[in-house]
Structures are given as structure tokens and as C-alpha cells.
Design a protein around this ligand. Sequence first.
Ligand code: HPA
Ligand code: ZN
Length: 327
Amino acid sequence: MPKAELHLHIEGTLEPEMMMTLARRNGVALPYASVEAVRQAYRFSSLQDFLDLYYTGMSVLRTREDFFDLTFAYLEKVAAQNVTHVEIFFDPQGHTERGVAFDTVLSGLTDALDKGRRDFGITSKLIMCFLRHLPEEQAFDTLKHACRCKEHIFAVGLDSTETGHPPSKFARVYAEARKEGFVPVAHAGEEGPPDYVREAIDILQVRRIDHGNRALEDPPLTARIVSEKIPLTVCPLSNQALQTCPDLTLHPLKRMLAAGLLVTVNSDDPSYFGGYVNENFVAIQQALSLTEDEIATLARNSFVASFMTDDDKAAALAGFDAFQARW
Ligand code: HPA
Ligand code: ZN
């Protein structure tokens, strides 16, 4: 099926092979002796446990070429999975903190996205994330960079350590970002409580919730997300790998669909969690015995929930419906 991916951290597509290659290319020391040793380390007990490795892994990314290679490798992979549109998160603070210039990161990403459009016809938008474990002051510094590059950055997001870092911590920087024209989204309800989802909606005024699984614990909140048609970008293999839902047969996705939520399936950090978007579809279909209609709804939702222009969205949905009719 044609589909969009809406919850993908580009730094989370760094495959162990590329990690070792870039470490060698850039003379970066890693705590792993081999590709196998990297893979061995991918057993996570929590979000924080994963994030520690994720930040270690991204330390090999130093040059424009590194960011280009990383992004183009992702696009090549998902072109083969019939992904036609991507909305990609990146974490500039994970790089500027290490002395890599913001413009080095962004130019590598945008050059690869341009080539992905030319070579595969994949359209894209970039979502710049603030790291929520860092102070709001540093998010403001990052926003200043984004304001110089508005033609390349469509939205702002919030990721990293959720517990103890509620959306309200970033109220002022999101107000400023909205004023500057950036569309707000945020990770919420991955590990954090339903109140964090409520804060993301009320205080950050997000247009999409990333994950949002724990909203289901709060029926009035769930009803509100349904009636306001706020999309949730759900990531099954991530939920399994980070132990928020270790047994996928107990995953809430089917209940989310039944509740009328606008949910989509995404890969989050595919290199770390064991699969790209199609592997997420297959795993969750098998675990929950999803029907063909449910699977088609999930794929169609990816266009509905996207930030494409109205015309592009209408064309993508018409294409999807034609595909489904033929199939
Ligand atoms: N959750 C929060 N922050 C992240 C993630 C995630 O799954 N991946 C990369 N940063
Ligand atoms: Zn994520």
C-alpha cells in the first residue's frame, strides 16, 4: 500500500553497519568493537535506557556528508516499502552540543530529501525537535536557528526523556514557535501520564500527538482527541522494544481504532527497534489479527494525518483509494 511515515527520528535510522563506517571515517571512538557488539547492546529496559545508546550512536555523525548518507539510506529503504511521503524528526541539540553546526546538519538532510524527491518521488517535511531533558532556554537558542531556515523546517516537536519533563516546561518556546509559523507537535503519553497529553493539547496547542498511548487511560481525554480529530502517531515495535508494551498482543492499537481515534503506524527509530514501517504493519497485524479494512484504514490515515497541502492530500488520498479499489 502507498503510505506516509509521520513519526521517524532520522538519527534512529542509523544502522550498525553505517555507525561503524562513520566512526572509522571520522575517527570517533565507540564503546563497541563490531557490528555484532552494537546489535547485542540493543536490549532496552526503558526509554532512557534506549536514549543513552541513541545519543552514543549519533556521535559518529559529524559532516554534511554523514547527514546526507544517513537520510538518503532511509529514503532508499522506504521507497522500496512504497512510502510516498515522510515527515521526519531531527534533533539538532544532539549535534550542536557536540560542536556540529546546525547548518551542517540541516544541509545534509535537505540535500538528501531533495534527491529523494528526484529519484523516488518521495515528498517530505522536516520537524525540528527540542530535547525535553534540556532547559527551555536552550530550546529558544535552537528555535533561533530554525527561524533563519523557515523554508526547510515545517514543524517543531518535543522528544527525549519524557518522565519529569512535562510539555508545560516548553510553554513559552512553543508560543514563540507558533508565532513564527511553525506547526506544533509533541511526543506525549509514551511513558508519561495522560496529563502530559492534555498539556500538549492545551498548552502547546499541538496538531498531532506522537505516541499518545497512555491517553487511553483517561476516557474523557480520549473522547476529546476523537472529537477534535487530533492524530496519534503510534509506533508498535518501539512500544515493544522500550517495554511500554512488551507483549504486542496486548497493544492498544485495535482499541484505538475502535474508539474512533485517527491513528497511524510508524517506526520511530527503525534501526534500534527492529523494523521499518512495513515491519511495524506486519508485526501489529499478526499480534492483533487486524483485518484488511483496519490495515487499509491505518495506511489511509497516514495521508489524512499528514501536513501535506490540501491539494497534495486530496491527490494522495485519491491515489490510495484507486490502489485499494484495484487491490
Ligand atoms: N521517544 C522519545 N524521544 C525519542 C525517541 C522516542 O521514542 N526516539 C528518539 N528520541
Ligand atoms: Zn519518537
